[in-house]
Design a protein around this ligand. Structure first.
Ligand SMILES: [Zn+2]
Length: 184
């Protein structure tokens, strides 16, 4: 775990000219759009962190570049059993610094644009965008860890098999149906 917080805004153009590097963490709870998509940070100590390492510079074409790595330990909701599952999100990314849509369109395919109008760029939002890109849209436990695996396997063995007993519990709406029955 890194113990320095990543600065929230920087002048990326100056950093690129200096070939500078930045390392630090961002509290996950400060990244609201991302935080709303996860159950929470991992339970381990000081895990409410996205650890980030960025390097700024120029490529051979004299384009200004930010390349970076990130890592965050989070808890997601398994979409099979709907129970929490731990996940480690990592990403390596490489962005071209641009100031306009026209410049963004001129970037080669391998570079995603990081567009900023001024010299006070919000790099927390940049990192948040990268986190959202690596967030699985349909997270699933490994089968051996998933509480829904037994149900799934019995279903796979015999697709015609009756539903497990738990599913047959009395449906509260049956009571309503009884109440609605006309009494003679
Ligand atoms: Zn599961």
């Amino acid at each position: 775990m890194s113990n320095a917080k990543l600065p929230k805004s920087v002048d990326p153009f100056r950093l690129a000219e200096q070939n500078a590097g930045l390392e630090g963490y961002i509290p996950l709870s400060a990244l609201g759009r991302f935080f709303d998509c996860i159950l929470g940070p991992a339970a381990s100590d000081a895990a409410d962190q996205c650890v980030v390492s960025l390097s700024f510079g120029m490529d051979d074409e004299r384009r200004r570049i930010v390349s970076g790595r990130l890592r965050a330990e989070v808890v997601l909701e398994c979409q099979r059993c709907l129970k929490p599952m731990a996940a480690i999100l990592t990403s390596n990314f490489r962005l071209g610094l641009v100031t306009s849509d026209e410049q963004a369109l001129q970037l080669p395919n391998e570079l995603e644009p990081f567009q900023t109008e001024n010299f006070d760029a919000d790099i927390w939002t940049m990192v948040e965008d990268e986190l959202l890109l690596v967030l699985p849209s349909f997270p699933l436990h490994e089968r051996s860890d998933c509480q829904a695996t037994d149900v799934l396997e019995s279903f796979e063995r015999d697709p015609e098999a009756p539903e497990p007993e738990a599913e047959k519990r009395e449906n509260p709406f049956d009571v309503l149906a009884d109440l609605k029955k006309p009494r003679h």
